[in-house]
Ligand binder design. Structure first.
Ligand code: TRP
Length: 330
């Protein structure tokens, strides 16, 4: 149930299918940790997926695969509604109103759009793609979110959301809070191809939360380590090693010993990777078990979404009433 004395958190993710360790450290871990202290709404940004891919044939399955990872990772749908943006019509309504409150120029200055269209001609970007931060503002403000857990790359979108909230309130009266970003503690997790690239599906450098024991080992086995450590007993530099970063995150109690072994040359890379794979695997084991439970019951996942959508819709309708009242629309 939504509790008016608690602050509201709106968290969202595009439905990209099965999640990886980067999603865990960068977002999901944080969502789970926050669910007791706040009133949370967990949104599947399925309309946002259209900005980069018009092929909707995989959208439903990608949604289910992602939602199963949320649930297996510890999101409790009784506490916090889990829902699809496309099932709540109020998103499109609020998006339209918000689109009057921001200039084209402002959207073109958005650094994350700039990054996405670096190789494209700005004239060729879809209207809805340029405006996707406006849809995101509607996602957040429809639930009157006070806080939005995001990584650095989404800060500019929260800023746009705040500007739109201010503009609405100044024009038609106080309806919306000005949401604050809640930055995730752990910086982006590097991908399997090297320390300076983020783990991401499009880079094909991920360990999935659903990977089995052998897959985890096969992936980690090939990961690059310190190039100066060529032979087993050569001294290495943990601070430049990708595998050491994974130890820091998933094997904190042994990092010191691993670092010493690496520096002295006593610990070889193969053994170090084996220990890392074992730790990651034992972290993933309960997740896989939970995952299997939901995979066996697609009806249960569908029911969770429908229940979440009913609850989310209730809040969305309340907000739209307040919006229409303030604007004297009907
Ligand atoms: N734009 C976000 C992304 O690309 C996804 C998203 C959509 C979102 N709506 C949101 C994130 C609302 C936070 C809040 O990752």
């Amino acid at each position: 149930m939504t509790d008016v004395t608690r602050k509201t958190i709106l968290s969202g993710m595009r439905p990209t299918g099965k999640l990886h360790l980067g999603h865990w450290t960068g977002a999901l871990e944080n969502w789970v940790a926050l669910q007791d202290a706040y009133s949370n709404f967990h949104l599947v940004a399925d309309y946002h997926a259209l900005t980069t891919n018009l092929d909707t044939s995989g959208l439903y399955q990608n949604t289910i695969d992602m939602v199963i990872d949320w649930l297996a990772g510890g999101i409790d749908p009784e506490k916090s509604p889990v829902f699809r943006q496309s099932q709540i019509k109020e998103h499109t309504e609020l998006h339209l109103i918000f689109s009057m409150l921001i200039t084209k120029n402002r959207l073109e200055r958005n650094p994350s759009i700039k990054e996405q269209v670096r190789d494209l001609d700005i004239e060729n970007i879809a209207y809805g793609h340029l405006g996707y931060p406006v849809l995101q503002a509607a996602d957040i403000l429809l639930y009157r979110g006070d806080l939005v857990p995001v990584g650095e790359d989404q800060l500019s979108h929260v800023e746009i959301t705040r500007e739109i909230a201010r503009r609405f309130n100044a024009t038609w009266g106080e309806v919306f809070p000005e949401p604050e970003p809640k930055l995730t503690k752990f910086a982006r997790l590097p991908g399997l191809d090297g320390k300076d690239k983020k783990m991401s599906k499009s880079m094909n450098n991920t360990i999935l939360l659903s990977d089995d024991t052998d897959t985890v080992w096969q992936k980690l086995r090939k990961a690059p380590t310190d190039v100066q450590k060529v032979r087993r007993n050569d001294p290495g530099r943990p601070e430049v090693c990708l595998v050491y970063t994974y130890h820091e995150k998933f094997n904190p109690s042994e990092t010191e010993e691993i670092a010493e072994g690496c520096r002295s040359g006593e610990l070889g890379c193969v053994d170090c990777k084996k220990r890392c794979a074992a730790r990651i695997d034992s972290f993933l084991a309960p997740h896989r078990e939970q995952r299997a439970r939901y995979e066996a019951r697609p009806d249960m996942v569908e029911e969770i979404l429908q229940d979440g959508e009913t609850r989310a819709r209730r809040r969305a309708e309340e907000t739209m009433h307040a919006v229409r009242d303030a604007m004297k629309l009907g």
